[in-house]
Design a protein around this ligand. Sequence first.
Ligand code: P6P
Length: 338
Amino acid sequence: HEADAFRTDLMTITRFVLNEQSKHPESRGDFSILLSHIVLGCKFVCAAVNKAGLAKLIGLAGETNVQGEEQKKLDVLSNEVFVKALVSSGRTCILVSEEDEEAIIVEPSKRGKYCVVFDPLDGSSNIDCGVSIGTIFGIYMIKDAGEARLEDVLQPGKNMLAAGYCMYGSSCTLVLSTGSGVNGFTLDPSLGEFILTHPDIKIPKKGKIYSVNEGNAKNWDGPTAKFVEKCKFPTDGSPAKSLRYIGSMVADVHRTLLYGGVFLYPADKKSPNGKLRVLYEVFPMSFLMEQAGGQSFTGKERALDLVPKKIHERSPIFLGSYDDVEEIKALYAAEEKA
Ligand code: P6P
């Protein structure tokens, strides 16, 4: 029957990445091997997040569960999974995780040529109420083989070879760019495979949604306040925009990517560098936005031009539809001149 015929041209993420790799005949498949280990990590975390509610995996570290085992908080567990998966790939040499204060230098026998920066479970404060959370990652090539030095990860985001996120929500969706566009894959649990469901994602040039924590309004600077005011009370006769703010970056960015609009985490008097981390939140999401035809701005410069000095550095961020971010850039430029 037509209706239930299996789509036989299943494009899995593994096949997709191998196709990408075939465009680089010189590559020895290291990148595909690295990505397959990241995908493995995402599958594991997806399973853990989905059974969290049942197996009481949530809750604070140190509690014991019904079997009297030491409970690991989901973000601690996710971090261990990704570190182990990345090290065992034999393709990484430095890892930066939101969960680890210091960068992880991979032991020489297991070293490869890539650096991976990641937040294993971003938005984890939302787990207990069932809001979508996610893993965010970015991949750099080390500068010179053999050595594993901190400056290999203190590179501007424009040097990233790939970036992506995996969102754990009603379905498990992995959105990835390896530098030639953005593609989305959805986990089919019956196959245990990520299937291409969102080929060549392009963000609408202009959006009708703004996404910001309005609770910080009293601390905003002039240009941010003016932009939000324009969203609510347009002066050009256009309809007011909708506010959508989930408070989980992966979910807010995923909606922005698919529906258009702009996501803002501005600087404010409380946190002059904003809240979001440069290496494993701002850079990967900015990389994806540019690859999808959008853009990303820090209030001072193109986000991907930023050169981080510390691995957990923060930056303000305005990302999303090209025209919407242009408006914000114009407001900041006008303030510069004033
Ligand atoms: P606020 C979640 O804790 C997070 O790191 C991001 O996922 C999210 O975008 C942001 O913080 C929300 O921050 O201050 O609005 O609660």
